[in-house]
Ligand binder design. Structure first.
Ligand SMILES: [Fe+2]
Ligand SMILES: [Fe+2]
Length: 255
């Protein structure tokens, strides 16, 4: 059986309860609105939209209401994951989830593909990690689904980004996680957010890639936090005949 699917990934929307508030000079609400409009126009028939964390900047109920309103407008089925800035209790109130802090793992079947979402957040900390239980559950799922081409979604970066200050906030047990990835050849890609820049690598046939933030961009390979002037955007993932392809689309947002 073969199947063809288009998936969109966005990340780090960083909305506030107050729509007019700016983060690092950018209106995150307005930028998200423009990027979602671009997605709706260009990829209206996408199978789903994955939002890989840092949905909110202030963790307020209202900020998640704004995200829900914008996402509901574009008519593409969406899946959310928490980032280090998110408040799971507020998310649960808006989206009718029953997420548990540090433990929001689930998977989605799309034909002969499996999308695995793993929660890399640690309560009230900027760096991330997976617990032993999470990794065992993840491996069990992979063992049961060896015939499924698998894409992993998470928030924190599991590869060093070459910015030392940024890598202080990465997935702490990244070596252990990557050794699991290496054991299962059905994993085609590991996709994440958090670093607000594009970083891509191929390790033993598995694609690792981050996505721009929809809110503001960080300059790669810097000693200290430095803003980048490139536009925000999203990743388009095309899955067909057991293959994985993806590209970044940038959207000029001005705000
Ligand atoms: Fe972020
Ligand atoms: Fe983050």
């Amino acid at each position: 059986m073969t199947s063809k699917h288009t998936i969109i990934q966005i990340s780090d929307t960083h909305l506030f309860g107050d729509k007019s508030r700016r983060i690092n000079g950018f209106n995150s609400y307005s930028n998200l609105n423009k990027i979602l409009s671009h997605i709706k126009t260009t990829f209206e028939k996408a199978d789903c939209l994955m939002v890989t964390g840092d949905l909110s900047q202030d963790g307020t109920f209202e900020s998640y209401q704004h995200i829900a309103n914008l996402l509901n407008k574009i008519g593409i089925k969406y899946y959310l994951m928490p980032g280090n800035h998110d408040d799971v209790e507020s998310i649960n109130k808006v989206f009718d989830f029953k997420w548990i802090i540090d433990n929001v793992d689930y998977s989605i079947e799309l034909g002969d593909y499996l999308l695995c979402c793993i929660d890399s957040t640690l309560y009230q900390r900027d760096e991330g990690a997976f617990s032993e239980e999470q990794l065992i559950r993840f491996e069990n799922r992979l063992k049961k689904n060896k015939d499924k081409h698998t894409i992993v979604f998470m928030h924190h970066h599991p590869l060093k980004s070459i910015s030392p200050w940024m890598d202080g906030m990465m997935l702490i047990n990244y070596e252990k996680f990557n050794s699991v990835i290496e054991k299962y050849p059905q994993i085609q890609a590991v996709l994440y957010g958090h670093i607000h820049q594009v970083f891509e690598s191929n390790i033993n046939g598995t694609f690792y890639g981050s996505v721009p933030s929809t809110a503001y961009q960080i300059h790669p390979k810097t000693e200290v936090f430095t803003m980048d002037t490139v536009s925000g955007g999203y990743r388009v993932i095309e899955l067909e005949n057991g293959k994985f392809n993806s590209k970044i689309v940038r959207v000029k947002t001005d705000d």
